[in-house]
Design a protein around this ligand. Sequence first.
Ligand SMILES: NC(=O)c1ccc[n+]([C@@H]2O[C@H](COP(=O)([O-])OP(=O)(O)OC[C@H]3O[C@@H](n4cnc5c(N)ncnc54)[C@H](OP(=O)(O)O)[C@@H]3O)[C@@H](O)[C@H]2O)c1
Length: 326
Amino acid sequence: MAKAVRFYEAGGPEVLRYEDVEVGDPGPGQVRIRHVAVGLNYADTYFRNGTYPIPLPNGIGVEAAGVVVALGEGVNNVAVGDRVTYTGFINTLGAYSTERLIPAAPLIKLPETIAFETAAAMTMRGLTSAYLMKKIHAFREGDSILLHAAAGGVGLIVSQWAKLLGLTVIGTVSSVAKAEVARAHGCDHVIDYSHEDVAQRVRQLTGGRGVDVVFDSVGKDTFMGSLDSLKRRGLLVCVGTASGTIPPFDPQLLAMKGSLYMTRPALADYIAEPQEKAALAEELFGLVGSGLIRIEINQHYALQDAVQAHRDLESRKTTGSSIFII
Ligand SMILES: NC(=O)c1ccc[n+]([C@@H]2O[C@H](COP(=O)([O-])OP(=O)(O)OC[C@H]3O[C@@H](n4cnc5c(N)ncnc54)[C@H](OP(=O)(O)O)[C@@H]3O)[C@@H](O)[C@H]2O)c1
């Protein structure tokens, strides 16, 4: 019998239930996939707690890697036996499962150089890092960035990628141990934002100028400090909201702080075009397959431990990527 984690009401980690499920045969445009590893992403907590509302009951998880075991009518982008990975948004919900049906469109074939576990740890975080590094801003060698939650899953990939582009990376973390992890993955400077003033330290580190771009995945708690860390006409990229959503503000604030730019991007809009998605995936697989970027899987869980996995992620216990092993 296949197993899946599902939830019936929005709430804390305890709403997640590990259950038997009937999978059935794939319909038109669908495949049946047997998972080997499943990604645990911060976005999963937003679905679970109702920040991203969805009809309930529902499955959870948007990213996994495995083997195609059956094809529905009209599927021609993958074959039975293919090693594949996927990520998405509502279209891929239900990844916390041993086997499932899924639309074929989001599937990406895995090269032999990429293990299932690595794929589950980086399809979401790595493609996100790819568009943040390649599509959001035309970086030039010597540019500087401020990267919040630098020891996290996205953080460790972005910091390594940024160093490959020749950027100066200032990372923020919440502990001494996380500072070590961030430094080991390319951060030139690390600020402990649990007790240091981020904007003040960034001004010191940049000779008063401020950074070119801030990648802020923390949201509510860091928003003002992020604006105050930018150079004139710098760019704030609101990547996520791990501490809560940013309260409404008057756009005049951006003028007062130096004619700043701001974007709140979503991966879905950077992989909507199949060619663009294929190019980002190829670049990511190339960098990881050749060892230029390391994917750190620092937490492994069984699917029945999803409640604990969510607790660990939300209580800031994790570094790097977390996955479920099936
Ligand atoms: N926009 C997109 O396309 C996109 C795609 C993927 C992911 N994301 C976003 O990227 C971010 C990172 O995702 P991830 O899966 O790699 O997670 P992660 O960074 O591994 O975990 C979140 C980290 O946020 C930091 N944090 C700061 N304040 C927090 C708080 N109040 N509660 C919990 N954590 C807090 C913690 O690091 P410290 O302890 O060091 O503070 C924590 O480890 C998330 O915000 C996610 O939503 C966005």
